[in-house]
Design a protein around this ligand. Sequence first.
Ligand code: MTE
Ligand code: MO
Length: 202
Amino acid sequence: MFRSKAERKARELGYDPARLPPGQYLTEKWPVLHAGNVPHYSDLATWTFRVLGEVENELELSWEQFNELPQSSNVQDIHCVTRWSRFDASFEGVHWSELAKLVRPKPTARFVIAHAEAGFTSNVPLSFLEDPNALLATQADGEPLSPEHGYPLRLVIPGKYFWKSAKWLRALELSSIDRPGFWERYGYHNDADPWRQERYGF
Ligand SMILES: Nc1nc2c(c(=O)[nH]1)N[C@H]1C(S)=C(S)[C@@H](COP(=O)(O)O)O[C@H]1N2
Ligand SMILES: [Mo]
């Protein structure tokens, strides 16, 4: 019943309902969802972004240096485990491949732990970051990220529930072993595939 109602709404809004993963409904707004408080930055002079762990060359970049990296953009559907999906979200920023050139991941690097403000973490296999639609995003829908959506930098991990996409990103740690992140420790599924409804548990 839920499914047919959600599909009808998607169709009414002009979208192919097949784009909705099971148990999701379409929202035209962009909801805000996170644990804790929104960090506010008065300036980015002391902001840094680091890549560490299983790499040949650990890296720390200032906001200015980060923005000198080649930029790219992509468009994708995003799916929150709380059941909203948003279609055609567009992001602009830096693809992992640009950072990989600088840090040179070791062959042992198989997982990534994203570190965000206030100790938030999320974990993904490194292959998720290599996806062409992944991004370290500074802009969404043609505008700088708003504070609530992760200003100045957030991760975008395509094809997974959106909790993997850490807002207020400060570092990526490459690791030979997987380590559950904040929501994963709270009981969310490690793999987070919305098409398989990997919401909770392993
Ligand atoms: N730093 C941080 N990033 C986070 C979260 C969080 O609690 N802290 N929550 C995740 C969850 S559960 C979702 S659904 C998305 C929501 O992103 P949005 O608020 O931009 O829609 O952010 C993800 N990134
Ligand atoms: Mo979420």
